[in-house]
Design a protein around this ligand. Structure first.
Ligand SMILES: *[C@@H]1O[C@H](CO)[C@@H](O)[C@H](O)[C@H]1NC(C)=O
Ligand SMILES: *[C@@H]1O[C@H](CO)[C@@H](O)[C@H](O)[C@H]1NC(C)=O
Ligand SMILES: *[C@@H]1O[C@H](CO)[C@@H](O)[C@H](O)[C@H]1NC(C)=O
Ligand SMILES: *[C@@H]1O[C@H](CO)[C@@H](O)[C@H](O)[C@H]1NC(C)=O
Ligand SMILES: *[C@@H]1O[C@H](CO)[C@@H](O)[C@H](O)[C@H]1NC(C)=O
Length: 548
């Protein structure tokens, strides 16, 4: 093993740039072969100052993602099966630990996932620069008096960790990253203000934590503060009004079960709007009016590089499910739930939005009501449970090249949806769409109307499920004189639970040069497929039920 490690070390030594090396070594803090979320990893690298070649915290993100790509390219990290996650394998992690043990400045104490119940001895803490005891069963922490050189402390997911000793942070002036997420702590100790160099503080999913001490103001270098899924309700007021630390990235989410009065929420929104150095904000606005306060009063809104993940209105999950399908980072996201009609501020936010999720929305007939011209930046769009929506795009008011950036569209539980595109289809529209998913649209008859299909030369994935009125996928009467190379990129076709589906395409003359996978279930009326050994030469697999 030692020889093997020596050999692998060449890959490491070959890395050009000290920043790449330290970024790689940081990966050893995580359990071997575990999935590490890349945005979190890059955020930690930034907070550690590894990406020092760039001044702005925001630019550091790009540098971080470049380094990540590079480490993957030289196989020091690997992409995990979960999108936007990476892993470090066992052997490389051993190597990283070995290298770290030889470099004084990076001495690592990494014992994640070992079922530890007792904290380690104080001597072990004292000599380490970076400590990871994540995913253990620690119930307590040692009373530490001499941890002056500690720069990273990862204690996340110690489900039984309820109390941090009062003087615990006393000697940790150099600590830069502190992760306590998903622990059961109920308060932060009086020694918190000693953490004068902390840049990233993770308290997300600390359900028992309901307030933060006002001493938070002492953390003058704090840039990332994650308090999603906590019980905290008063923090932002302190952050904003009284001291304004340098916070550049702020994430606040609200448990839908927490009921904040409109008045409290309005105050919090005003405080957040007063943070002038933010480059990124994840925030929940209970009502459109609160979003309007932010857009109207925050100077950040005019900054083109400002990134956001906004949720407006209560919904079950704050996660953007559609983002799971993207390899790259999309940073401007709006989730809008449980409201009705249109609102100017929604249209305005949409002009900058890349990812839009519209959930349980009432009283609009089509997305075009927000202004098709305002939707031109969308890369991903999801419409879910909107019972009044009759079409997605109204062609009578759509400009040419509508939805020109849209790559993915998901439509679920749209009980009144009749078609995707109503009226004349404008040129260049939906030209980049690669994936279309339709689920439970009981009134939907026409998927590709008025020759819409001609625009979809990039479509790779089409999935139609639980749409009981669908009789034809490509409707003959709506698509005259089809080019044989229609849907030239289509790779995967999924058809589930379509009791009235009779045909996929009008004839066998179309060719399907890219089609690789067919997945058909519960389509009892479909008795013929338009695919032959001549027109679908790349077809590799057909999944169907035995009875069919
Ligand atoms: C901390 O440790 C250093 C080095 O071991 C030692 O010189 C110093 O006296 C210690 N300080 C305290 C307060 O124990
Ligand atoms: C911290 O690092 C300095 C410089 O490397 C060293 O002199 C000191 O002893 C260290 N402190 C502890 C507590 O190990
Ligand atoms: C809200 O409360 C209900 C009932 O107490 C619970 O079942 C549900 O899981 C809670 N929702 C969230 C998101 O915590
Ligand atoms: C598009 O957004 C702008 C505001 O940015 C708004 O004035 C306009 O009315 C919107 N278009 C429609 C059709 O709503
Ligand atoms: C869609 O509707 C079905 C049945 O009506 C329901 O079980 C499901 O939770 C809904 N899904 C979404 C995403 O709204």
């Amino acid at each position: 093993m030692n020889e093997m490690l020596e050999f692998l070390k060449f890959c490491y030594e070959d890395l050009d740039g000290e920043d790449k090396k330290v970024c790689f070594l940081y990966g050893a803090l995580f359990p071997e072969d575990s999935d590490i979320f890349v945005d979190y990893l890059v955020e930690c690298w930034k907070a550690k100052g590894f990406l020092h070649s760039v001044d702005e915290f925001r630019d550091a993100s790009d540098r971080g993602h470049n380094i990540l790509d590079n480490l993957i390219k030289v196989s020091l990290l690997e992409k995990s099966a979960v999108k936007r996650h990476v892993r470090m394998n066992k052997v490389l992690r051993s190597m990283a630990l070995k290298i770290s043990s030889e470099v004084l400045d990076h001495k690592i104490l990494a014992r994640p996932c070992e079922g530890l119940k007792q904290p380690l001895k104080e001597e072990e803490w004292t000599s380490a620069r970076q400590i990871s005891l994540m995913n253990n069963d620690l119930c307590s922490l040692p009373a530490i008096s001499n941890c002056t050189n500690l720069s990273t402390l990862l204690l996340q997911r110690n489900n039984n960790l309820m109390i941090i000793p009062e003087s615990f942070f006393l000697s940790m002036q150099r600590l830069q990253v502190l992760d306590l997420h998903a622990t059961t702590i109920t308060s932060l100790p009086p020694s918190l203000p000693c953490l004068t160099h902390v840049r990233a503080l993770y308290l997300n999913s600390c359900k028992g934590l309901i307030e933060l001490p006002s001493s938070l103001e002492a953390l003058v270098h704090l840039k990332v503060l994650d308090i999603r899924h906590t019980g905290i309700i008063v923090l932002p007021i302190q952050v904003g009004r009284h001291h304004k630390p340098n916070v550049q990235e702020l994430m606040i989410d609200v448990d839908p079960n927490t009921s904040w009065s409109d008045q409290v929420m309005k105050i919090i929104t005003e405080e957040v709007s007063a943070l002038t150095r933010l480059t990124s904000l994840t925030f929940f606005f209970p009502k459109v009016e609160c979003l309007a306060i932010f857009v109207r009063t925050s100077p950040l809104w005019a900054d083109l590089r400002f990134t956001f993940q906004f949720s407006v209105g209560i919904c079950n999950s704050n996660k953007y499910h559609i983002l799971d399908y993207f390899e790259y980072q999309l940073c401007k996201c709006l989730k809008y739930a449980n409201d009705e009609g249109t609102h100017p501020v929604i249209s305005e936010v949409l002009t900058k939005t890349e990812v839009f999720e519209l959930i349980d929305h009432r009283n609009i007939l089509s997305l075009s009501e927000f202004g098709t011209e305002n939707l031109s930046e969308l890369r991903a769009c999801s419409v879910e449970g909107c019972k009044d929506i009759r079409c997605i795009i109204d062609g009578d008011v759509a400009p040419p090249h509508a939805f020109k950036c849209l790559e993915r569209m998901d439509i679920k539980n749209a009980s009144s949806l009749h078609c995707i595109w109503k009226g004349p289809v404008t040129v260049g529209s939906l030209g980049r769409m690669t994936s279309l998913t339709l689920f439970n649209c009981p009134e939907l008859k026409k998927i590709f109307s008025n020759g819409l299909i001609k625009q979809l030369s990039e479509l790779k994935h089409l999935s139609v499920e639980v749409c009981h009125k669908i009789e034809e996928i490509i409707i003959e009467t709506e698509n005259h004189c089809l080019d044989p190379r229609t849907l030239p990129s289509l790779k995967k076709l999924v058809l589930h639970d379509l009791p009235n589906l009779r045909s996929i395409a009008p004839n066998d003359l179309l060719i399907w040069p890219s089609l690789e996978r067919l997945d058909i279930a519960s389509c009892p009326s479909l008795l013929k497929l338009p695919f032959t050994s001549i027109n679908a030469i790349n077809l590799r697999s057909i999944d169907v039920e035995q009875s069919w």
